[in-house]
Write a protein that binds this ligand. Structure first.
Ligand SMILES: C[S@@+](CC[C@H](N)C(=O)[O-])C[C@H]1O[C@@H](n2cnc3c(N)ncnc32)[C@H](O)[C@@H]1O
Length: 230
């Protein structure tokens, strides 16, 4: 999902590059982020999806755009396909192929993030921005272990990879989730207003999580009252 604030950041980033370039994403699902990319004015949108049913439905939804060669949906495992499709023309890379949507596929295939990141961060050019959706789930993976979150990538590993490269990185919170945004572009800067906005969102979500933790621990560790005989 690409929300309004992320759209503004993408537009700000594109204003520092000479051309709009290509938008590349992993994880198509129903194509809402592809639609957001089209709304942002991209004329080249590429999406990689492992589930054939989603690809077929997407080809119907974007029939016109595919005919006009604005959109291309590839069927396959993004951790492998991204290596073939990645190139200098790509300006925005949106990694969103996480979560459990593929009964029958191997765990390795439904958790491509580690492979994707290792490859992209090593090859990231100055005019490219990398966005990782669901970053909060990487940061606090233990909280999401019981749900549909299947990425086995740890935040420590991610930080190790980032620290070996000269990369500007920041987290953008939204609702109960966040994006991780990475770029090597030195011309890209966020205004003070934008940074303050992010800071206050952080405070808001930290308060939210503290409340969540309180509830969680209260619920799990509450002592059961001793039964008293009638
Ligand atoms: C969170 S959804 C994507 C949502 C979409 N980007 C949007 O904003 O509407 C994740 C999608 O990734 C797909 N997926 C999971 N593992 C994948 C893999 N290894 N390669 C490609 N797609 C994958 C799932 O089938 C699912 O459709």
């Amino acid at each position: 999902m690409i929300n309004n604030q992320l759209q503004q950041i993408i537009l700000k980033f594109l204003s520092t590059t000479k051309s709009k370039g290509t938008y590349l994403e992993t994880g198509f699902l129903h194509g809402d982020s592809v639609q957001a990319a089209l709304n942002l004015g991209f004329n080249n949108v590429i999406s990689i999806e492992i589930n054939k049913k989603f690809v077929e439905a997407g080809e119907k939804r974007f029939y016109e755009e595919i005919k006009q060669k604005k959109v291309k949906i590839y069927l396959g495992d993004s951790s492998k396909m991204i290596k073939k499709l990645f190139g200098k023309k790509i300006s925005i890379i949106f990694l969103d192929a996480h979560g459990y949507y593929n009964e029958g596929n191997k765990d390795k295939e439904i958790a491509p993030l580690e492979q994707e990141l290792k490859f992209i961060i090593r090859n990231l050019g100055e005019n490219q921005m990398l966005i990782v959706d669901d970053y909060i789930k990487i940061k606090h993976s233990f909280l999401f272990a019981q749900g549909d979150w299947k990425s086995r990538f740890s935040n420590k590993e991610l930080k190790n990879i980032i620290s070996n490269q000269k990369i500007l990185s920041f987290e953008l919170p939204y609702k109960s989730n966040s994006y991780l945004i990475l770029t090597k572009n030195k011309k890209f800067k966020l205004s003070l207003f934008f940074r303050l906005n992010i800071f206050f969102k952080y405070i808001f979500y930290i308060t939210f999580y503290l409340e969540f933790f309180k509830l969680f621990t209260f619920h799990n560790f509450r002592r059961k009252p001793k039964r008293t005989s009638p």
